[in-house]
Design a protein around this ligand. Structure first.
Ligand SMILES: O=C(O)[C@H]1O[C@H](OP(=O)(O)OP(=O)(O)OC[C@H]2O[C@@H](n3ccc(=O)[nH]c3=O)[C@H](O)[C@@H]2O)[C@H](O)[C@@H](O)[C@@H]1O
Length: 431
């Protein structure tokens, strides 16, 4: 403390020098005392307001992402029961995004053959949450417990790993949809990047570490023009933020594989469709519009070229996911430390026979026995790519992956489910 400061703000009262008259000194003392009291009160009030505000924001973010609907003896019992392995050599799998389209089907397939499954889902409202609730009931009926929570909730994830020594994580929770990324970019960062890192952090510290299989996307091929798309093709030209976050996920998982010895398999899904599908996808919304007599926007590429997708039926995707879990090598780390090199794989899961969007509509018309009102529009510049086509020789060799359902057959199954689910078979029309 400088001399001047020491004079003005003595550290002990005895140090205060009284070299002017008494009155003057008392006045100064009173004045100083009241100023410092006010100062202390102001500080106290500021601190009180700040702690109130930060508590409020903690409550807000907590309630937004981390509703504490978990924990307790009963909850742990349900988690343990659901994760119980029922066959020799089986696995216990944490399925994130379990109330999602692919998550539901994979969870059912695993449970059916005797693996232990625990689902995790945040039931967000990107699309009609009632469909997710219906999928959840389906899973509950088969003895699969779904924990309601977000992959960004590290406390919840850690708790789940405390209760169950998961052998595998099937990570399917994500913000999906190519075009929605322009409307809500942060949602992609929140789920596909921040959520992924939170999950990997917990997995890396788990003992034993699980093997991870997760959903990447065919969209990582972006503006790649070499067909069909092979895993070794360039993926550094994403056409949407969605694709960019999935590509980032591939790099991030590689880092965790390299540093911590996590076994990682990334699956590039090609436009997956089928019963219990996603209402935001074209085949689903086209079906709804055709049934309601509403026009459907059919995008057309440059020079009037039809867009095409390597549409892949859900049952084939499930086989690819299960095959990936079955062939996944063990993670090699323990206590957050790598003990040796671990497996890192990336596979295309496609159908290898692209179909144009107008042909998709014709197939739907046939199965629905109704004509579509086609509204042909130029492809908006919102992240779409003109075509996708998977080369699947690698998963065929490594996983025994062999898709068997063509678009005709797959859409027939989808339409049958759609009509039953939305009550059309009972004459009910849903708006
Ligand atoms: O395979 C993938 O990587 C991606 O597949 C789908 O994305 P996308 O292929 O764009 O599937 P849809 O949204 O169903 O679109 C299919 C085709 O229909 C076209 N479309 C879409 C919507 C529309 O109103 N009109 C229209 O012609 C699209 O341009 C596209 O060519 C999924 O939505 C992504 O989550 C997934 O990662």
């Amino acid at each position: 403390m400088s001399l001047l400061e020491e004079e003005l703000f003595p550290s002990t009262p005895g140090k205060f020098k009284i070299d002017r008259g008494h009155t003057m000194s008392r006045h100064f003392h009173r004045c100083f005392a009241s100023t410092s009291t006010m100062f202390l009160w102001a500080l106290f009030l500021i601190a009180l307001t700040a702690s109130y505000l930060s508590f409020q924001s903690f409550i807000d973010s907590g309630s937004k992402y981390f509703s504490a609907s978990w924990g307790g003896i009963q909850w742990e019992k349900q988690v343990r029961n659901s994760a119980q392995i029922q066959r020799s050599g089986g696995m216990s799998v944490l399925v994130t995004g379990a109330a999602g389209f692919v998550g539901t089907h994979v969870s059912l397939a695993l449970k059916k053959r005797g693996d232990g499954v625990i689902g995790l889902d945040n039931f967000n409202n990107y699309y009609d949450p009632s469909l997710k609730r219906a999928r959840k009931s389906l899973l509950n009926k088969r003895g699969i417990y779904i924990v309601e929570g977000d992959v960004n909730d590290a406390r919840l994830l850690t708790k789940l790993f405390d209760v169950v020594a998961f052998t595998h994580v099937m990570h399917l929770a994500a913000q999906a949809g190519v075009r929605y990324a322009m409307k809500n970019p942060h949602s992609y960062v929140h789920s596909n990047i921040a959520g992924l890192v939170t999950l990997l952090e917990v997995c890396k510290s788990a003992n034993p570490q699980p093997a991870i299989v997760w959903a990447s996307s065919s969209s990582v091929y972006g503006l790649n023009e070499k067909v069909p798309f092979s895993e070794s093709d360039r993926t550094d030209q994403p056409a949407s933020l969605y694709a960019a976050t999935k590509k980032a996920g591939e790099e991030i998982t590689h880092t965790y594989n390299h540093i911590y010895g996590l076994s990682v398999t990334g699956l590039r899904f090609f436009t997956v469709y089928g019963p219990w599908g996603r209402p935001d996808m074209a085949y689903f919304s086209f079906t709804r519009n055709i049934l309601q007599g509403k026009p459907i926007p059919i995008y057309r590429g440059k020079n009037g070229v039809d867009l095409a997708r390597d549409f892949t039926f859900i049952d084939d995707i499930v086989k690819g996911c299960v095959g990936s879990l079955d062939t996944a090598g063990k993670s090699t780390g323990s206590g957050g430390k790598k003990r040796g090199p671990a497996q890192y794989r990336i596979f295309n899961l496609g159908n290898t026979s692209p179909v144009t969007v107008p042909t998709l509509v014709s197939i739907l018309e046939k199965h629905l026995k109704m004509k579509a009102k086609r509204n042909i529009v130029d492809m908006p510049g919102n992240g779409d790519v003109p075509f996708t086509h998977a080369n699947i020789s690698l998963p065929r060799r490594e996983l025994g992956y062999k898709p068997t359902t063509d678009l005709q057959t797959g859409l027939k199954k989808f339409v049958k489910w759609y009509l039953a689910y939305y009550g059309y078979n009972r004459g009910k029309v849903v708006n």
